[in-house]
Structures are given as structure tokens and as C-alpha cells.
Ligand binder design. Structure first.
Ligand code: F6P
Length: 370
């Protein structure tokens, strides 16, 4: 196959979009350091694409130099800021009538990037941000995507960065809940993020020795969960830990939604409280619930996530230098590969019901609610 034509690049822009995840700053650092070796200037767009579309004091571009990105590899969050309510393809816009609607503002983004003499982009984000990256690439603007999300729900990469950090923290929280649950002879229900995929719940639940794990991919029957917990009690166990993915749904029912705003994805949540109330009434046991929520997105990236982020950032620059565009860097062990954005954003990566980790959970006697 002919190698891609090498472009003339002088200036690149970096964006971080969607929910933040540990490792974003490590990617930014790797991109800036690797770009300097190519003699490219780097700028960061503030707050996703809001930096180009809104005129708030937090908008605009920030010059990114090696000095600016010194010492940030281990920092959580993103020095550029982010938003998950500023997707240019569905930008929330208030009409004169006061009504809020979604508008496609991609053209304005393209024009702004041209005005700013940006020759290529590195877009770091989840499915929403990579969808935007794909749309911008189709206009002819060069760009490479970098997959991040604690949810690990992006297809065509074995892992996104941020996922391992979230799972490690969730596991530590579950470990801590064992002792208090046992002391009080309670059922503890732990709700974790993950949107419509159960990766965080499954991996932290199995690693943290949970007794029941409910994930969106396996609809649960609360009576079966209660029966499994009662059986535990009969065999002498005084407490139980139930891990629930925020997107878990009862058989024949839907996932719990907190809100849906124009220009933003629906916010999930509430299933943990619901499951806890049902289990309390079905088992008669004292039950508490805890929502780990945004705690899973904070803190420093684990070593695995740091290294993955640095590898992804450096590979994004190498890809651009080799003339690649419209691709996403992806972990395909042992290598970092490039996959077309078109295929990476086509479908969500969910937990296969027959996966090894699901089978491991069953082999360990963990109830999956079915
Ligand atoms: O996609 C990452 C994520 O943390 C999801 O797990 C969660 O549903 C969502 O973002 C929460 O978003 P927000 O920051 O808008 O509450």
C-alpha cells in the first residue's frame, strides 16, 4: 500500500473534550514534546471546541510550550479544560424566542482553525469528541484522535486511558466497604459510572470480591439478586457487597436517567439507590448505598494509564508526521496502532456476555442478576 503523502505542518492544535479522565495531561505533554522535535508549534483550544465558539473569558487558544507542560504527567484533569455540552455538531443555541435548540457549528470551527493557521489537530476525547474529530477530518482538516474515557466503551482499542485509574480507585473503595459492611452486617450497594457499558462495574467488582455485580449488558431480576444474598446469609455470611453500573437496568425495564439537556448527553444515575431500597425490602436487611460518581474521574493516572497516555500522545504526532489523518491511535498490544475514525466511532464497545471476565465472575460464584 502506498504510504500517505507527508503534509507540511507548522502549527497543531490540541483539544480535550467530553468527561475528563486521568491521563489527559500526560497526552498533552507527550504531544507538545514530540511536536517540538518535529519543529511544530502547539496551541491548545480551551474547554473543548468552546474555545473557538464562545467568547467567554475561558475561551480562546493557549500556547503550549515544553515549559508550559512541565510536571503535568501525573496531574488529573486537563490543563485545557473540557466540556461535554459543547459539541459543535449539536451546539446548544438559544433562539430569539428563548427556546434552546441544537445547531451544527462545524463550519465555524473549521473557519476558526484556518484563521488561526492550524494545519492539524490532535483531538483527545470519548465517542462524542472522536465523532467531531471524524466530522472535521471529512472537511479536509488533518487530524488524529486519541481515545479517552473512564468508561472504556470505545471500539477498536483494547483500552482507553483513564479506565484503569477509575477501576483501581473503585476497587479500593469496594475493599473499604467490606469492613464496614461486615461490622454492621449490612448490604452495601455501590453505584459506579460507565454509561451504557459495564466495564468499570465488572472489573472493579470482580477485583474487589463483590458478591453481586449488575451491568447494563445483563438485565437483572431483583428477586434473583435478593435470593442470592439470602442464600449467602444462610451459608453464614453476614454481609454483602453489590456493585451496580449506573447504566444497569432491570429485566424489561430501562436505565435510570437523571436529566437530558439540549446539546448534552443524558445523565445516568439513581439505580444504586433504587436497587438498595428494593433489596432492603426483599431481604429485610439493613442496606446502604454509595455513589462513587465523579470521584472515579479525579486523581492521578495509574502508571499503566500514564504510560498509555504518553504512548498515545507520541504516536498521534508520529502519525501526523507520517501523513496520517482521520485515524485514531489505539492500543493493540503490544503495539499502538492507527484505526480509521470512521470504524472507531461506529459502535459502542460493551462487555460481551461471554467474555472471560464475565465467566470468571460466574465461576467465582458472583451473582450477575440473571
Ligand atoms: O463518560 C464519562 C462519564 O464519567 C460517564 O461515566 C458518566 O455517565 C458521565 O461521564 C457523567 O458526565 P457529567 O460529568 O456530565 O456528570
Amino acid at each position: 500500500m502506498a504510504s500517505p503523502r507527508k503534509p507540511r505542518i507548522r502549527r497543531i492544535a490540541i483539544t480535550t473534550g467530553g468527561g475528563d479522565a486521568p491521563g489527559l495531561n500526560a497526552v498533552i505533554r507527550a504531544v507538545v514534546m514530540a511536536a517540538q522535535r518535529q519543529d511544530w508549534e502547539c496551541v491548545g483550544i480551551r474547554s473543548g471546541y468552546d474555545g473557538l465558539l464562545s467568547s467567554s473569558p475561558r475561551s480562546g487558544l493557549v500556547p503550549l510550550t515544553p515549559e508550559r507542560v512541565r510536571g503535568i504527567t501525573n496531574l488529573g484533569g486537563t490543563i485545557l479544560g473540557t466540556t461535554n455540552a459543547g459539541n459543535p455538531l449539536h451546539y446548544p443555541t438559544r433562539l430569539a424566542s428563548g427556546r434552546l435548540v441544537e445547531r451544527d457549528r462545524t463550519r465555524e470551527v473549521v473557519q476558526a482553525l484556518k484563521r488561526e493557521r492550524v494545519d492539524a489537530r490532535v483531538a483527545i476525547g470519548g465517542d462524542g469528541s472522536l465523532g467531531i474529530a471524524h466530522a472535521l477530518s471529512k472537511t479536509g482538516l488533518r487530524g488524529v484522535g486519541v481515545p479517552t474515557t473512564i468508561d472504556n466503551d470505545l471500539d477498536r482499542t483494547v483500552s482507553t486511558f483513564g479506565f484503569e485509574s477509575a477501576v483501581s480507585f473503585a476497587t479500593e473503595c469496594i475493599d473499604r466497604l467490606h469492613t464496614t459492611a461486615e461490622s454492621h452486617r449490612r448490604i452495601m450497594v455501590v453505584e459506579v459510572m460507565g454509561r451504557y457499558a459495564g466495564w468499570i462495574a465488572l472489573n472493579s467488582g470482580v477485583s474487589g470480591d463483590a458478591h453481586c455485580i449488575l451491568i447494563p449488558e445483563i438485565a437483572y431480576d431483583i428477586r434473583k439478586v435478593a435470593a442470592a444474598l439470602r442464600e449467602r446469609e444462610q451459608s453464614g455470611a453476614s454481609y454483602s457487597i453489590v456493585v451496580v453500573a449506573e447504566g444497569a437496568k432491570p429485566r424489561g425495564g430501562r436505565h435510570s436517567v437523571v436529566e437530558k439537556k439540549i446539546g448534552a448527553a443524558e445523565r445516568l444515575g439513581g439505580v444504586g439507590a433504587h436497587v438498595a431500597a428494593e433489596l432492603a425490602s426483599l431481604t429485610g436487611k439493613e442496606t446502604r448505598h454509595v455513589v462513587l460518581g465523579h470521584l472515579l474521574r479525579g486523581g492521578s493516572p495509574t502508571t499503566f494509564d500514564r504510560l498509555l497516555s504518553l504512548r498515545f500522545g507520541a504516536a498521534a504526532v508520529r502519525g501526523l508526521a507520517e501523513g496520517r489523518s482521520g485515524v485514531m491511535v489505539a492500543l493493540n498490544p503490544p503495539a499502538v496502532a492507527y484505526v480509521p475514525l470512521a470504524t472507531a466511532t461506529r459502535r459502542m464497545k460493551r462487555v460481551p456476555r461471554s467474555s472471560d471476565t464475565v465467566r470468571t465472575a460466574r465461576d467465582l460464584g458472583i451473582c450477575l442478576g440473571d
